[in-house]
Design a protein. Structure first.
Length: 143
């Protein structure tokens, strides 16, 4: 549970940052929206890095598989990265309507992605990496 709890908490923090960004855009405050978006983007990309550089390689080594769930998660990370760039562009251009269109797409993708990680992959990591969970969480915290 240690890995699951840590990673789920990171998902929640990212969600909070994004909600602040959406609220600022809704108020028409694009300067504030950009600040919150930057926090969201930085934290989301750091989370992806922790997974791709620490958690996923440990899981893949333990399961001897790079074609399983981690492969799919990495593909989805790349989709999110593309949407983050689009979202940044909408904020730069102060395009409220397009922001919410892209934001809806991003949120659906992230909600489905996070659900798969939280309900399946992280639980698998907790089981397969139980003997290294504390070490891996500390490594991710330091990352």
């Amino acid at each position: 549970m240690e890995i699951s709890n840590y990673m789920r908490d990171e998902h929640r923090l990212c969600d909070e940052d994004f909600a602040k960004c959406e609220a600022a855009v809704n108020e028409g405050d694009f300067k504030k929206a950009f600040e919150h978006f930057e926090e969201f983007m930085v934290e989301t990309l750091k989370h992806f890095d922790k997974e791709e550089e620490i958690l996923f390689p440990a899981f893949e080594a333990a399961t001897l598989s790079t074609e399983g769930p981690t492969y799919v998660m990495k593909l989805e990370h790349n989709q999110v990265r593309g949407l983050l760039e689009q979202l940044k562009d909408t904020i730069d251009k102060e395009d409220r309507e397009r922001f919410f269109s892209v934001a809806d797409t991003l949120m659906v993708l992230l909600q489905q992605h996070n659900m798969k990680e939280e309900q399946m992959l992280y639980a698998m990591c907790d089981n397969v990496l139980a003997d290294r969970a504390g070490e891996l969480v500390e490594k991710m915290k330091a990352h």
